[in-house]
Write a protein that binds this ligand. Sequence first.
Ligand code: CA
Length: 363
Amino acid sequence: MRIWKRMTAAVALLSLLGCAPEQQQQPTATAEPAKTYQWKMVTTWPKNFPGLGVAPERFAEKVATMSAGRLTVKVYGAGDLVPAFEVFDTVSQGTAQMGHSAAYYWKGKVPAAQVFTTIPFGMNAQQMNGWLNQGGGLELWQELYAPFGLIPMPGGNTGVQMGGWFNKEINTLEDLDGLKMRMPGLGGEVLSRLGGVPVTLPGGELFTALQTGAIDATEWVGPYNDLAFGLHKAAKFYYYPGWHEPGTALEFIINEQAFKGLPADLQAIVTTAAQAVNQEMLDEYTSRNIEALRSLVEDHGVQIKPWPPEVLASLQQAADEVLAEQAEKDPAMKKALDAYQQFAQGVRGYHAISENSYDQLYR
Ligand code: CA
């Protein structure tokens, strides 16, 4: 009772002074408008390219809506602000606050980054998302990028890719000998082990390179993306599966200082928008590849071919050797690969009796 009396007296006093508690809680007329942030996002894809290039646009839309315009992100296609393969350095230096790309493009600078995209004969999209988001993978990725002032976030997944476009059939290992093929990341290392000549080119240059004979073969993504680039006009044999990219994770990279400069609610909006886009991209590929594959086969006469089992077996053996050698050369690679393989082994054991066992019902 005594406390109540004191409070009543205090309110009365404040009223006399012309500042009742109710008035104190209201925003004053001179309050500053909410601070706004304008970010730039550089990407490795042609602007608005299906799947890969749509993801950064969707991220920007979500962030603008969720933040009521307090954070806006202007998206740049490959070459608009910087070339496709300068995304990492541009965001690291802070010239752009964020980027959208794939970690395996930075293998020359950070070899272990490749593990956070995909590895030959590695995990599929569902397993990769499980490892990154709930299995400790993302924490290792953050640790790897911290020295560059970058924060990585999963930025979509293509699902199992296709094996690529060839102008000749691949029947034996000899057919890979001297084959100049666009294949990024560890897949390219594996190809070179069997006599192939891997080349890294941005997507926008693939059609011309294949058509002019600058390269003999190329992989890109899968039916939806490959149809968009018209790769079927430059080669007729389309091999499966993409042993070299079984669940390719894309990345959002964010300049650490820029991220830390945001208030907590905008940080949460950025993180949540990235998570949403990560799932949306996989859903888009799952849906759009159906019609694109039909069109490639029925409208364009593309021949769909499985890799010969003995070629796949040699590729898998070469992949094991390449991964073991890379782990031996680089402690960061070893750490990432060990964690990846440990998760992969566990999830495969479970998926053998769940996802894969169920898939067998259709064969
Ligand atoms: Ca690819």
